[in-house]
Design a protein. Structure first.
Length: 302
């Protein structure tokens, strides 16, 4: 079964480890508690007695997030927290986190230059709202938090497990992938398609990529011409009939193959862009198979 698009967790998920013993878990908690005491002193300038329980819990969450990010990005097992000098490892993890923030800032500047919102207010507001992340993010004591206003919905939502700067980094990466496909097309054809899909697309919380992706996949199923961004009713009938003759598994594979072929013709050569569109294509199947006229909504046919 194809999983929901999730490149970050796929790339950085550590290998499965043997179960921890009670002694190992207790030792890790003791090590983390000592690190927490050190963070108390840094945050309160030595007056650790003034830290509330809620603040202590947030500090511990930040410590765990920072260390976990370091381990995942280096492919280290979690048991390294038992064998390494934890204060030294934590300092290295904080330095890596600051590097991630700077790289994400550059990614944000790229998005600001490249992403075309086509007048969609939520996308424009989100691009502005993400900018506030870099002035409000506390990598030292609140690394897991996401101080940004993000309303625009991606085609493939980011899993809740991704936090902090990694969330912003992943959001921007996916937004740029979506923008690649949308901006491959003639802007007037894109606007016409968006207007058919949702006449109020400028003011509503709608994703711009989804109707473009659906139309691209539909045209690819028919052999090409993806940049036309428009299908006729008889073409929708042809696609529905084509998919009805094969099993659901074969239909989903056919949709994914059509997405990959479209990426080749459109010269979207990034593997992640191809996978992103393929996952979007497979997600069309329930709507296409739900009724004989489901293609009208899928491909925004009038």
């Amino acid at each position: 079964m194809t999983q929901t698009f999730d490149p970050t967790l796929t790339l950085y998920e550590p290998a499965a480890e043997p179960l921890w013993t009670e002694e190992e878990s207790a030792e890790l908690e003791l090590r983390l508690y000592r690190l927490l005491q050190s963070q108390f002193c840094s945050q309160t300038q030595g007056d650790s007695a003034s830290v509330r329980m809620e603040e202590a819990a947030e500090l511990m969450e930040s410590i765990r997030y920072t260390l976990d990010l370091y381990l995942r990005l280096h492919g280290w097992p979690r048991r390294a927290l038992l064998t390494q000098n934890l204060p030294v490892l934590f300092r290295a993890a904080q330095e890596l986190l600051l590097t991630q923030v700077e790289e994400t800032r550059q990614l944000y500047q790229r998005a600001r230059l490249m992403v075309k919102p086509f007048g969609n207010q939520s996308l424009m507001d989100t691009l502005n709202g993400i900018g506030r992340f870099f002035s409000g993010y506390n990598a030292r004591f609140r690394a897991q938090q996401i101080p940004a206003d993000i309303d625009y919905q991606l085609c493939h939502p980011i899993p809740d497990a991704i936090q902090g700067v990694q969330y912003i980094r992943e959001y921007l990466s996916r937004l740029l992938i979506e923008n690649q496909l949308v901006t491959r097309m003639n802007p007037e054809r894109v606007r016409a398609l968006l207007s058919r899909a949702c006449p109020d697309y400028r003011d509503l919380l709608v994703n711009l990529y989804e109707p473009v992706a659906a139309c691209t996949v539909g045209l690819s199923l028919l052999g090409g011409g993806e940049t036309l961004l428009e299908l006729l009713p008889e073409q929708g009938i042809q696609i529905t009939h084509m998919l009805s003759l094969i099993t659901p598994e074969e239909a989903k594979a056919t949709l994914r193959a059509a997405a990959e072929a479209a990426c080749g013709r459109l010269e979207l050569n990034q593997p992640m862009a191809s996978r992103y569109l393929a996952d979007a294509a497979e997600a069309l199947y329930p709507r296409l198979s739900s009724s004989e006229t489901g293609f009208y909504g899928v491909f925004s046919i009038r």
